[in-house]
Design a protein around this ligand. Sequence first.
Ligand code: FAD
Length: 457
Amino acid sequence: MKEPARILVVGGGYVGMYTALCLQRKLRQELRRAAVEVVVVDPDPYMTYQPFLPEAAAGSISPRHVVVPLRRVLPHCKVVVGEVIALDHSARCATVETPATKEDGTGGLQLPYDELVLAPGSVSRTLPVPGLAEGGIGFKTVEEAIGLRNHVLEQLDIASSTRDPAIRDAALTFVFVGGGYAGVEALAELEDMARYAARYYHNVEPADMKWILVEATGRILPEVGPVMGQYAVRELRARNIDVRLETRLESYEKRVAVLSDGARFPARTLVWTAGVKPHPIIAASGLPRTERGRLRCTAALRIEGVEHAWSAGDAAAVPDLTAEGPAKPDEPRRECAPNAQHAVRQARVLADNVAAVLRGEPVVDYAHKYAGSVASLGLHKGVAHVYGRQLKGYPAWFMHRVYHLSRVPTFNRKARVLAEWTLAGLFKREIVSLGSLEHPRAEFELAAGTGRHHEAS
Ligand SMILES: Cc1cc2nc3c(=O)[nH]c(=O)nc-3n(C[C@H](O)[C@H](O)[C@H](O)COP(=O)(O)OP(=O)(O)OC[C@H]3O[C@@H](n4cnc5c(N)ncnc54)[C@H](O)[C@@H]3O)c2cc1C
């Protein structure tokens, strides 16, 4: 019997999950006849809806509702939990490290394929800032978002119980580097949550906390345009948030954030959200890349000059066919920005094109005009610039919620998120820190006399 043609999807994020979803619908017949097989590889068995991470950090949405279980939504695909650690496209083979191969030390599973969809997304773009790698935290995963929430609440407990003013000061100082939507939304939501939580502490006032946003350029939230970006700066400053534009983090050694304007802040929290870069597996794959390290793709989402290889999303440099005006000096051609709006739409075109190739049909080009963005600045506050319309305050926040509710994948997740928001409107906010979840054996080790309670981070 003929082996099924295998489509290997590397990454189960926006692009990977939506591509597989579309493929399982488009190739229903071929999948049923076992003429085609779709294999999705991701280290996590879920897709993360990243725009909800700030709300998960604030406690407005449960962590498990910002993720979508891949096995449930992709019943006709094969989901492999593992990481692609090497790719040999000339031999059409991927090496996948799974939890089992890691344990038995066999060096990874060899996974041959016919068509490759390479969509590992991006990782935080760090700079060689002394102390950053040791003391900073990113904001890209649900684990980071929940870890940060617990950490912030734990700092309030430390500040409330210490007698040392230096420790108290550092515990109540929160530095965020990077003024894109990830950094601004994370800071705004966490500050909002911490200010609310402070009312339950007899000796911590909101005015005791220092929230600092450090941005290297002269504006924040470029996604919502200059007018709404300036409004966001004013709104944050009115909340006593110290927004420092045209400023960089110079170092974070011994938990002291030193800024390029000369300011020094002893701080136990440093969140790094200063942009993203393509996942390192892209460079290791040897496939054609742009100067910025993204996979060089055609408008039909093929990797340029390579047969049977496709990409989209944060990892891919896809020409923006709708862009007006000349390209930037450091960008030889106009490319789609790395965001969810493009990732979802590219995934659909990519799946159509892969299915078309398998059926010997022509492929189509991807073209989508960026519609604008919405951003939350905490409960009932936001900014939006969508289809040329600018909104701020409550209407923008409401639009942000409606938009993301319509976008979060699956009816199941929409219903759960809506139920949570409705209940949150009726009851008080959750302000509990479950940091001890990160040390589940601590209690038992203490009982067994082999350990001690974990130290506060
Ligand atoms: C906090 C935050 C808020 C955001 N808010 C917005 C917003 O409001 N609007 C918007 O448009 N965009 C937003 N974005 C950006 C958006 O989430 C990304 O552009 C989008 O996720 C890109 O999709 P992707 O599929 O390329 O990557 P991802 O969704 O990141 O998926 C990549 C997947 O590949 C997997 N992977 C990585 N390496 C490997 C490997 N070696 N082998 C196998 N699998 C691998 C990863 O585990 C991951 O699941 C936000 C991002 C963040 C972090």
